[in-house]
Design a protein around this ligand. Structure first.
Ligand code: F0G
Length: 459
């Protein structure tokens, strides 16, 4: 089992208080001397470590977005568009339906390229510049490729993206294409694309910017910092639980790192850490399987399928960081059906918040866990929605209302919609109140009275 304990020892390889540490064997490395994604000795996952960890006071007066938190990051500024500072929406109808004390939706779809991946790329592409590479690459179910293409373009670097052919939503491919990435459509799934990109990286043909790259997760941990700060500001306490969709488990790993660092710095106590709760689609649920069966390792699923193509992943590479996170925080993982995902997507859209299917998995998972009694009625919950509705226009159109053809005339439209709206009535009511109230008349009722007369004259 991985050792994710943060220690006080600063190794000699540290550069300005920053180093890389293997979570399996504890070996440490200088952060930017060489390019490596995993441990040279045991191939374990690497984590970025710091000699000094900030508390919330250190972020005060530092602006907004990812770089507000530079005291928790390896650089003061990155290749920025800028990213972060996403809304923490109130969703009263879903809160009520779920039956929890409070529910907020952290909408990561409001980042520059429409997903949380931008937070990782602003740091990751900065590192690429630091180590001096000329070609960036990733495997992707779509969002990573859109973000890498945009940040690569921003940095003036060549970008290569490997996508599973026929399984990436239209908006994401369009982004990668326009931001000048070379798009390689592979006849295989995401996990196989990632195998190839790892080979390319090993051969020195590209700098890998999947979440296997530990610097990506540094940027993504700022989701946790924003949630903690804003929730505390609004409620005077931190959330009990964060529910998020899981694919490669990068975000789960990043949030757990965020909380470990906050505990280590003394910013929060152990019992203030939110329960990390992962949600996967039933057709791609290896993490859920590992949690349910109590396994320390995740079994790779070779055949995966779900409408939520962003999380159509059978081999979550960050599982060694994420599984301990789910367990240590007292969280869990749950699988939801494609129908439940679509229903949740509609429900979130009904609050005015547009998200792609994978994002809606978080809310679907919350409903399920609430029904099962795993989530309590007294809990304050934050659901993470990871990508914007426009990422997958086909899924949105299929889940939403069908367009209704109608003839080109007002009468035909009136006939079609059925003249039942109370808009006209409320206008008349307002106008008549205005016409009879001297105060309102003085304060602009003249206009409304005019409107009233006009409405009358058309009756
Ligand atoms: N939600 C969305 C919208 C995503 O695009 C992804 C991952 C996830 C959730 C899962 O996040 O991997 O950190 O557990 N998308 C990657 C991609 C794999 O290529 O865009 P995770």
């Amino acid at each position: 089992m991985a050792d994710l304990q943060l220690t006080d020892d600063v190794p000699p390889d540290a550069d300005d208080g920053v180093w890389l540490s293997c979570i399996e064997c504890g070996e440490t490395f200088a952060p930017f001397d060489d390019i490596r994604y995993t441990c040279d000795h045991c191939d374990g996952l690497l984590e970025v470590r710091y000699a000094d960890l900030p508390t919330f006071e250190d972020f005060e007066g530092e602006g907004s977005g990812v770089w507000r938190y530079h005291a928790a990051l390896p650089f003061d500024v990155g290749v920025t568009l800028p990213e972060g500072n996403t809304p923490l929406h109130e969703v009263p109808r879903i809160e009520n339906a779920a039956g929890v004390d409070s529910l907020r939706v952290k909408h990561e779809g409001m980042n520059p390229t429409g997903s949380f991946k931008d937070r990782g790329m602003t740091v990751g592409v900065r590192v690429a510049k630091e180590v001096g590479v000329d070609r960036l690459a990733c495997a992707s179910t779509g969002n990573t490729s859109a973000a890498l293409a945009a940040y690569g373009a921003r940095a003036g670097l060549e970008t290569l993206v490997l996508l599973p052919a026929g399984k990436v939503a239209a908006g994401k491919i369009a982004q990668a294409a326009l931001h000048r990435a070379r798009i390689l459509e592979v006849d295989g799934n995401f996990d196989q694309c990632l195998d190839i990109v790892q080979d390319l990286a090993q051969l020195g043909e590209a700098y890998l910017l999947n979440s296997l790259n530990p610097f990506r997760l540094e940027g993504q941990k700022t989701i946790g910092l924003e949630i903690m700060e804003e929730h505390y500001e609004d409620y005077g306490e931190y959330p009990d639980r964060i529910v998020l969709p899981v694919g490669n488990a990068g975000n789960t790993a990043a949030l757990y790192k965020c909380f470990r660092e906050l505990v280590k710095s003394g910013a929060i106590t152990e019992d203030q850490v939110p329960k990390l709760t992962g949600v996967q689609a039933e057709g791609a649920a290896p993490m859920v399987e590992a949690i349910e069966e109590g396994n320390d390792e995740v079994r790779r699923w070779d055949d995966v399928e779900t409408i939520a193509t962003a999380i159509r992943i059978g081999n979550p590479v960050n599982a060694p960081k994420a599984l301990p996170g789910i367990r240590a925080t007292g969280g869990t993982a749950v699988a939801v059906s494609d129908d439940e995902i679509t229903e949740a997507q509609r429900e979130i859209a009904g609050e005015g918040v547009g998200v792609e299917p994978a994002s809606a998995a978080s809310v679907a998972g919350l409903h399920k866990l609430r029904e099962e009694g795993v989530v309590g009625a007294d809990e304050s919950v934050v659901c993470l929605t990871t990508g914007h509705l426009l990422k997958d226009p086909d899924a949105a159109a299929a889940a939403g209302n069908d367009p209704e053809p109608v003839a080109n005339s007002t009468d035909a439209v009136l006939d079609h919609i059925g003249a039942s709206s109370s808009v006209g009535q409320s206008l008349r009511q307002k106008a008549s109140t205005a016409a009879t109230s001297p105060l309102a008349l003085l304060a602009g009722g003249v206009g409304l009275a005019y409107l009233y007369r006009k409405l009358r004259s058309t009756e």
